[in-house]
Design a protein around this ligand. Structure first.
Ligand code: HEC
Length: 223
């Protein structure tokens, strides 16, 4: 209490902008001390309990979906900075995820790019206001540039404009791209990109259509 009071006072002095140098120094010291004293460690169990007690399952958005982590999510949660996952951990995650990739049963990897564009544009799905079992969108544009026509896109992920034109459509490129969309972590541990196939976000047919958007020479991605 005493510390908090001191901190509030210190902040006020600083905010008022009338502090002398000495006053400002004392104030800064008090603030730092109070900040250190108020650092509270929160355990995973406490976070889980807080989510469970405040989040209500509705439609496809469930408490279990939020709190139940698989081995990869647990491993990745140790590294909030995804660019600093130790190499041995990354290797293990990638190997385990690559094993989970299911390639199309009929070896037909490429669908209809027009459908793929609709899926890439669609950000609906898995939210409390969506219907359970209704098809999901992929929201690729939220993180990637894909075409020249769409100027509203995010840049968490690299631009995929001209993806097929630049990489060609060899068997290797096709299998890599399918694997990446099915389970992004198979090629980049702890990626921020959703594991679309593995988590059942997209169906096999939807992935074919998104593949066509990236790889079909007629797709606007490759113009
Ligand atoms: C929430 C953000 C996010 C969404 C949504 C997303 N991605 Fe990504 N994607 C990323 C990030 C970040 C990377 C780079 C890191 C990595 O490779 O995982 C990436 C990488 C990729 C790559 C590899 C690029 C390369 O140079 O080899 C492909 C292909 C890709 N995304 C396709 C897609 C497609 C298709 C969709 C929609 C079905 C999609 N992404 C949706 C974030 C996202």
């Amino acid at each position: 209490m005493k510390k908090l009071h001191k901190m509030a006072l210190a902040s006020l002095v600083l905010l008022a902008g009338v502090a002398t140098h000495a006053q400002a120094q004392t104030a800064t010291k008090a603030t730092t001390k109070a900040a250190k004293a108020s650092t509270v460690k929160v355990t995973d169990a406490e976070v889980r309990q807080m989510i469970e007690s405040s989040f209500t399952s509705k439609g496809p958005a469930t408490v279990e979906g939020v709190v139940n982590q698989d081995a990869t999510q647990k491993a990745c949660s140790q590294y909030p900075d995804r660019t600093h996952v130790p190499a041995p951990v990354a290797k293990k995650v990638e190997a385990a995820e690559l094993k989970q990739v299911k390639y199309p049963s009929d070896s037909n990897f490429i669908g209809d790019w027009k459908e793929g564009e609709k899926i890439a544009q669609n950000g609906r799905g898995m939210q409390f206001s969506d219907q359970v079992g209704a098809p999901n969108g992929a929201n690729c544009y939220a993180c990637h540039q894909l075409t020249k026509a769409e100027i509203s896109f995010g840049n968490i992920g690299p631009s995929l404009y001209n993806y097929g034109k630049l990489r060609g459509n060899s068997q290797d490129v096709i299998r890599y791209t399918w694997g990446k969309i099915w389970d992004s972590n198979a090629y980049s541990a702890c990626s921020n990109m959703p594991r679309f196939g593995h988590k059942g976000i997209l169906t096999e047919q939807q992935i074919r259509d998104v593949m066509a958007l990236l790889l079909d020479p007629a797709s606007p991605v490759n113009q």
